[in-house]
Design a binder for this molecule. Structure first.
Ligand code: BES
Ligand code: MN
Ligand code: ZN
Length: 482
């Protein structure tokens, strides 16, 4: 979807479809001499939330899609829901272009920029299709251009760029997540990252397994050694800020398929473990969005891409490995592999002296037990970073919830044989995974997001959700204007 911004008198607009509230719809119909026809056609429309009606006109506006319930002062969540019903109906129309005019609605704490981004994000989500491997793909929506109307454009010009950037970033993340694991292996993830590198101010490099061995990344390599496809530590450096600005760091878990390894997972639903690289997909997607938006920040994105397979060369429960930090780890469960690849990625990223680090991972089933799919879990060693992420999530409707990272939990990771075990027992499984990662963080603001429940859906709607790209992108945008 391409987004642009328009302002001026809405009555004078010319478009195949105008998406708007009932009051504005009447005003436009009247201005176009079509009010009688409009009133007659929409007489059964009750203007309640979730209802929409499409009225065909004969003026320069060929149709009006009236969005019900856009009255009074709306909660943000309500506006979001109304956008969803409006855009669902809009995408069914056989048109290439539409004007979306929802700026007249009044939303608690939501100004023009917020409303505009909300409408655009709804369209981006709903227009996404993944048809790469269908021999006869269903017809995609024809809408390609959304013109977002605001009362006054002043100060909002860059909003179109942000909407387009988020659209591209979401698509990158969803495509990567949905791609099957026989195609999307660590090498494929590296190739996709390299694609980003062809743009200005972006450098992409990677550490081979040989290089990782030299750097002592025994934790990462323990996971990767069972697979015939070699792992990669991928590093994307985007320099949009001043040379002297310290970078923000994003780190993603990129397990392109998680069988569990020797601690093999049960077969039911194992296919969903192709989504175990959704953390990587999200940080790559957010990076793509930041690049497209030309954000004036420095960003360093590290992806730990590996495949967790059982084989004659796979790591065993009871193996002890030494991480790049020098700390030793007893691998009691080879299915707790995400933390193993991440700890070495976190050690590595700190060499770039970032001002903040956010890692994103489909890390634990326990996170799904705790929060379900509505919220991503946030763990942080820094209050302001935690708040910045939570409010970026609130702003974008891609919500997260803070979880504890107290030292009391650390004892669950005790090992009789090494500095720590890689699992902490049944209780508080998402918390102890975060506590494991915390042991690899020096004195720097750091947050860990467990997105096991939010990054993808199962069942009939099976697929990548692109989360938490909207949260991360909002966070980066907010940082760039600080
Ligand atoms: N990738 C899984 C976590 C996961 C499970 C993500 C379901 C999304 C949906 C992770 O590598 C894993 O297997 N975690 C184990 C940890 C346990 C062995 C301590 C888990 O959650 O069972
Ligand atoms: Mn696992
Ligand atoms: Zn995993």
């Amino acid at each position: 979807m391409r987004y642009s911004i328009i302002d001026g008198d809405i009555s004078g607009v010319s478009t195949p479809c105008l998406v708007t509230d009932l009051r504005t719809a009447r005003k436009v119909a009247r201005a176009q001499g079509e009010i009688k026809h409009f009133t007659k056609t929409s007489q059964d429309f009750e203007d309640t939330a979730g209802d929409v009606v499409v009225v065909n006109l004969n003026g320069s506006v060929a149709r009006i899609l009236v969005v019900g319930g856009m009255t009074g002062t709306l909660e943000q969540a309500t506006f979001r829901k109304l956008c969803k019903s409006a855009m669902t109906a809009l995408l069914k129309l056989p048109i290439k272009q539409a004007v979306v005019a929802l700026d007249s609605a009044s939303v608690k704490g939501g100004g023009s920029a917020w409303k505009l981004r909300c409408a655009a994000a709804a369209l981006s989500h709903l227009s996404y299709r993944y048809n790469t491997h269908k021999s006869k793909p269903a017809k995609p929506p024809s809408l390609a251009n959304a013109r977002l109307w605001v009362k006054a454009k002043t100060g909002l010009n860059q909003q179109a760029r942000l909407a387009n950037a988020l659209d591209a970033g979401l698509r990158v993340a969803k495509d990567l997540g949905n791609e099957p694991p026989n195609i999307c292996n660590p090498t494929y993830v590296l190739q996709q990252a390299r694609k980003l590198g062809r743009q200005a101010n972006v450098k992409v490099s990677s550490l081979s397994e040989k290089k990782m061995a030299e750097l002592g990344m025994g934790a990462f390599l323990a996971v990767s050694q069972g697979s015939d496809t070699p792992g990669h530590m991928i590093i994307i450096e985007y320099s949009g800020g001043k040379k002297s600005d310290r970078p923000i760091a994003l780190v993603g878990k990129g397990i392109t398929f998680d069988t569990g390894g020797i601690s093999l997972k049960p077969p039911g639903g194992m296919d969903e473990m192709k989504f175990d690289m959704c953390g990587a997909a999200a940080v790559i997607g957010a990076t793509r969005a930041a690049i497209d938006a030309k954000l004036p920040i420095n960003l360093i994105t590290v992806v730990a891409a590996a495949e967790n397979m059982p084989s004659g060369n796979a790591t065993r429960p009871a193996d002890i490995v030494t991480s790049a930090s020098g700390q030793t780890i007893e691998i009691l469960n080879t299915d707790a592999e995400g933390r193993l690849v991440l700890c070495d990625a976190l050690t590595h990223v700190q060499k770039f002296k970032p001002k903040a680090i956010v890692d994103v991972a489909t890390l634990t089933g326990a996170c799904i037990v705790a929060l379900g799919s509505h919220a991503s879990a946030v763990y942080a060693n820094d209050e302001s970073l935690a708040q910045e992420l939570l409010s970026a999530g609130e702003q974008s409707g891609d919500r997260a919830w803070r979880m504890p990272l107290w030292d009391e939990y650390q004892a669950q990771l005790n090992s009789n044989f090494a500095d720590m075990a890689n699992v902490g027992g049944r209780n508080a499984g998402s918390v102890t995974a975060a506590c494991f990662l915390k042991r690899f963080i020096d004195d720097v603001p750091w947050a860990h997001m467990d997105v096991a429940g939010s990054a993808f859906q199962g069942g009939a709607q099976k697929g990548s959700t692109g989360r938490p790209v909207p949260l991360l992108f909002n966070y980066l945008v907010n940082q760039s204007t600080k």
